[in-house]
Ligand binder design. Structure first.
Ligand code: ZN
Length: 96
C-alpha cells in the first residue's frame, strides 16, 4: 500500500499513479486526484496518449512512403504523399 500525496488515502500500488508536480517533484497520487489535477480521468488520459503515439507512427509511415514515392515514382507522387501525410496529421488533431 502507498499513500496518495494529495488526499493521503491509502491506495494499492497497482492503481497508484506517479505524477510530477509543478516544481518537478515526483509524487504518488490516486486516480481520483489525478482526475482533479489533469481534468480528465486516467483512462481518457492513457487513451489520448496511446492515440497520439499511433498517430505519430502513422505520420512517420506516411512520410517514409512519401519519400519512397518521390524517389520511385517522381515528384507528383511525392507531392500526393505529402498532401496525404498533412491530411492525416490535420484530421488526427481534430479527434480529441
Ligand atoms: Zn488522492
Amino acid at each position: 500500500m502507498v499513500e496518495c500525496s494529495i488526499c493521503h488515502k491509502h491506495i494499492d500500488e497497482k492503481v497508484a499513479l506517479v505524477n510530477t508536480d509543478k516544481d518537478g517533484n515526483k509524487r504518488v497520487i490516486c486516480q481520483e486526484c489525478f482526475k482533479q489535477e489533469a481534468g480528465v480521468d486516467y483512462e481518457t488520459f492513457a487513451y489520448r496518449k496511446e492515440n497520439a503515439k499511433q498517430i505519430s507512427i502513422a505520420v512517420i509511415i506516411c512520410l517514409v512512403m512519401t519519400i519512397y514515392a518521390f524517389v520511385e515514382k517522381g515528384p507528383l507522387y511525392g507531392a500526393l504523399g505529402l498532401v496525404l501525410t498533412v491530411l492525416i496529421y490535420f484530421f488526427s488533431g481534430k479527434i480529441k
